[in-house]
Design a protein around this ligand. Structure first.
Ligand code: PHE
Length: 455
């Protein structure tokens, strides 16, 4: 694995900055929107358990490989994978698939982020006029035409401008200051939710697994969510790895990121499910689950309306860190191909994402609701293709490249930078990368294709 050095390349300024930016990519709608929504539609605790195992056994090892290859190559994902194994340029396919995933994910992600932005204003309006937001509020927004499209444009414009401003300046500052606040607010939410009458049913739903609920589809969604959550399998973490300073210890950093991210997901689940049960709702509430639950949990609390506004403001900020990291994958590639300045690259990327985004957004309403290629709406199709197909497949290829094709010496040398001598876990992590992660991904794929039967 040839090491590259670039004199002028941008980078995160410090170890804390690198951690904050990586967490900023990981934490987003995946925690507060997708985790509760998928847990609810996949039967609860059995899904949560599978998800936690997927993060530990597959997610952390793949993140380590991405950071190692990214930092070693100091290149965008397409070029990093194209050059990391001598004489095997075709691995750049990982980076290409990553570009496709970034666009597919952003197409539906910006729709949901648009709902969050809209809810900042709606919850503020509700507070001022003393109303409560209801399921109808959400339904009207999501299935509308111009309103969700308008918010999608706002979201894309914000992200594009941050990207155009540059890596360290743009991303680090926002995330470092505001993520801790989101965390505190989630804890407030949890305390309120857990003290509602009937809350224990929600807790049991989240933590008492009924293993008969496990099916091939559930396993695949849990694996897909682990990739989506940790921004893996598509070059985001490779690109961020390329901005990691040398003193960052890759394995502890990746472990901390995964822990922080998982904690935030569980906190979101603990706010949502007790509330759902306390108010007699259904956990399988679909994509609107978060939007319908949060106003409810705060509705019976003094000053609750203000907390609802705050919740959506902080969530909006959390989505930005994730969207910036998604957009960074194509932008870094366009810029390093040498054909465009950052600003131009950001605008081209944002435009492409919007083009597909229109399809995803309109598929939530009457305009395109009934158009179902492969039996799925555009929104669900983009989600399924990226989370459940491209990201795990990318992760499999990444684990194979890192564990089998790159020389062990070069790999562990990069992984252990920042340590005086190889740490105790060196062999364990390498073993996970070579065997555990790729085998598990493969088994879950084969299982969901019906070739073997695990669940
Ligand atoms: N991890 C982000 C979230 O949970 C989404 C994401 C996926 C970001 C893939 C980058 C790459 O919201």
């Amino acid at each position: 694995m040839p090491a590259h050095t670039h004199a002028k390349r941008d980078a995160f300024a410090s170890t804390l900055g690198a951690f904050a930016a990586t967490v900023g990519s990981a934490i987003g709608l995946g925690n507060i929107w997708k985790f509760p929504y998928l847990t609810g539609s996949n039967g609860g605790a059995a899904f949560v358990l599978t998800y936690l195992l997927a993060v530990a056994l597959v997610g952390i090892p793949v993140m380590v490989v991405e950071h190692v290859i990214g930092r070693r190559m100091r290149l965008n994902a397409v070029h990093a994978y194209g050059r990391v194994v001598p004489n095997q340029p075709y691995w750049s396919v990982i980076g290409w698939a990553g570009l496709v995933s970034a666009v597919l994910i952003m197409a539906f992600y910006t729709d949901v982020a648009g709902w969050v932005f809209a809810y900042v204003f709606k919850s503020f309006g509700a507070m001022v006029s003393g109303r409560t937001l209801t399921a109808e509020t959400f339904g009207a927004l999501a299935s509308g035409t111009w309103e969700p499209l308008f918010w999608q444009v706002v979201v894309l414009a914000v992200t594009t401008s941050i990207i155009a401003a540059g890596v360290s300046k743009g991303i680090e500052k926002v995330t470092k200051t505001l993520m801790p606040l989101l965390f505190v607010l989630l804890v407030v939410c949890d305390v309120r939710a857990l003290t509602l009458p009937g809350a224990s049913e929600g807790v049991a739903y989240l933590f008492k697994p009924d293993l008969s609920k496990l099916t091939g589809a559930v396993l695949l969604s849990a694996l897909g969510l682990a990739f989506f959550k940790l921004s893996l399998g598509m070059g985001t973490m490779t690109t961020y790895g390329s901005y990691l300073p040398d003193q960052v210890r890759i394995v502890p950093n990746a472990t901390r990121v995964a822990l922080a991210d998982t904690l935030v997901s569980l906190l979101a689940g603990l706010a949502v499910f007790p509330t759902v049960f306390a108010f007699g709702g259904t956990p399988a509430g679909g994509p609107g689950l978060l939007f319908n639950t949060i106003p409810l949990v705060f509705s019976q609390m003094p000053g609750g309306a203000l907390f609802t506004v705050l919740f959506f403001v902080l969530s909006a900020i959390a989505t930005i860190g994730a969207m910036v990291s998604l957009m960074e994958v194509p932008v870094a590639w366009i810029v390093e191909r040498g054909h465009a300045r950052r600003t131009v690259a950001a605008v081209i990327t944002g435009g492409t994402m919007f083009a597909l985004g229109i399809l995803a957004t309109l598929s939530q309403g009457p305009a395109l609701r009934d158009v179902k290629p492969f039996g799925l709406t555009f929104f669900d199709l983009f989600d399924f293709l990226s989370s459940n197909v491209l990201l795990p497949a990318g992760g499999l290829a990444i684990a194979i490249v890192g564990g089998w094709l790159v020389s062990r010496e070069a790999f562990t040398d990069e992984m252990n930078k920042g340590h005086a001598e190889p740490p105790w876990y060196d062999r364990v992590v390498y073993g996970f990368i070579r065997f555990v992660a790729p085998v598990l991904i493969l088994l879950i794929f084969l299982n969901s294709l019906g070739v073997i039967t695990l669940a």
